[in-house]
Design a protein. Structure first.
Length: 459
């Protein structure tokens, strides 16, 4: 879409102002630096900012925000670029690229880490692992810690450690007027509350302090079952999940087997005593005896290594359609939907995964964090992926149909980090009874709506 002459002048003036204050290598309007700045995990995103500002410090973030405000430019924050909806890029505006702000400092005595706003889960876990510690992260290591945490942060340690958001202790935030604010339990506690699940809608988080946990190793891996056994295996997994201890979190899903046929994935993570996790009759290896598996690879390993090894499954640049629903459990009607749609994946790259929310994550009151859904449940990630040269119409149709089929068995709302702006039936319910408080905080710290990261209805 062509820009108006006034917009073009504003862009030119903003570019000059930034180039006057910063080295040319940090301000990109074209060239390799620009191309790198706009390359996201979801290659289907077509948003293109006019300027990409590579931030190396909090001062750079302050300058970027004030410049965007002065010249009336749309503003966005790019962390690791995993938001499927492309909200990391401000179309026609200014994007702050935080990736260089990725330092991690661990305090092993306090079991905390200070994490830069551009750090990935791999960055955090590598640093924590040097001290035999882990952090609550998602399943993939290239995902940004800040984005994951601010939206909630489901992951393999949910039972033992809770959500990533539950482990957020403090943050440095640059607000919409360029003010640097430090928030923790004593200072600006409302803002900290909002950051624990309310998304990046309140400012730019340039650093955060997160709680770490003493888990020297986990027992994990994958078990693949033929799709013909999916229903019976899921019924057995359901029974196990109902009685699961905090130490065992079980992800299940439909993926393509090596020969391209649909298969049922069972992916356990045991965060308790390693000997118990490795015992032949223990809770982990039992999951390889729920039927006749095609493959069963389970072993003890450092948590950081297990997360990093999964990155190759989700490289940047493919085209992604993502939908999400949250269902109470693997009840019969839910299994019906999984069996129907998991059995006809639109491409070998696609999948339907259910993330296990239980244990420590359920023992936090819905009012204590912005993340409101604290009942035990499974978060369904319906992910359709195809290569850029392929048409994605059938992929989108499959994802939409699967989401609609799960809707009647699901909680209202859904997981904010995976909801796109077109999920109009879910967005009003994401934050439940916490929405009025989130609106008040948003109005106080960002009255002009500068930041828009995850769905937050303001009217």
């Amino acid at each position: 879409m062509p820009h108006s002459p006034d917009h073009a002048r504003s862009l030119a003036e903003a570019h000059r102002a930034l180039r006057t204050s910063l080295p040319a290598g940090q301000v990109h309007v074209s060239g390799p630096g620009y191309a790198d700045g706009v390359a996201l995990w979801n290659g289907a995103v077509r948003h293109r900012p006019a300027i990409v500002l590579t931030c190396t410090s909090t001062d750079d973030v302050v300058l970027g925000i004030r410049t965007a405000r002065e010249f009336g430019l749309p503003l966005s924050v790019r962390g690791r670029g995993h938001d499927h909806a492309g909200r990391a890029l401000a179309d026609g505006g200014l994007t702050l690229d935080l990736r260089p702000v990725n330092d991690v400092r661990v305090d092993p005595a306090a079991r905390t880490a200070e994490v830069g706003g551009g750090a990935s889960a791999n960055d955090l876990l590598a640093a924590a692992g040097e001290h035999g510690l882990v952090a609550a992260t998602g399943t993939i290591g290239t995902v940004g810690v800040a984005g994951l945490t601010l939206g909630g942060g489901y992951g393999p340690l949910a039972g033992r450690a809770g959500l990533a958001a539950d482990n957020l202790l403090a943050a440095e935030v640059v607000t919409a007027d360029g003010t640097v604010v430090r928030t923790d339990a004593r200072r600006e506690p409302d803002l900290l509350w909002a950051l624990r699940g309310g998304g990046g809608n309140f400012g730019v988080v340039t650093s955060m302090t997160v709680r770490l946990h003493a888990v020297p190793a986990v027992v994990t891996g994958l078990v693949l079952y033929p799709w013909q056994q999916a229903r019976s295996v899921l019924e057995r997994v359901h029974a196990i999940q109902q009685d699961s201890t905090d130490d065992l979190t079980i992800q299940v899903g439909a993926i393509a087997a090596p020969d391209g046929s649909p298969a049922l994935l069972v992916l356990p993570t045991w965060a308790g005593d390693v000997a118990t996790g490795e015992a032949p009759s223990g809770p982990v290896r039992t999951l390889a005896r729920l039927g006749g598996p095609l493959l069963a690879e389970l072993a003890a390993a450092p948590y950081a290594a297990t997360i990093a090894t999964r990155d190759a499954m989700f490289p940047d640049g493919r085209h992604v359609t993502l939908r999400t629903r949250s269902v109470p459990a693997l009840l019969e009607d839910v299994v019906d939907v999984i069996e129907r749609f998991g059995g006809r994946l639109p491409t070998p790259l696609s999948g339907l995964t259910l993330h296990h929310f239980h244990g420590a994550a359920t023992r936090i009151s819905p009012a204590d964090t912005a993340f409101a859904l604290r009942e035990p449940h499974l978060m369904a990630e319906i992910i359709g992926i195809h290569q850029p040269e392929e048409s994605g119409e059938h992929v989108r149709s499959w994802a939409d149909a699967a989401s609609a089929a799960l809707a009647e068995h699901a909680f209202p709302g859904g997981y904010a980090n995976l909801l796109g702006p077109d999920a109009i039936d879910q967005i009003p319910h994401v934050h439940g009874d916490n929405l009025p408080r989130l609106r008040r905080i948003k109005a106080a710290v960002d009255p002009d709506g500068v930041f828009s990261a995850t769905p937050l209805p303001m009217a």
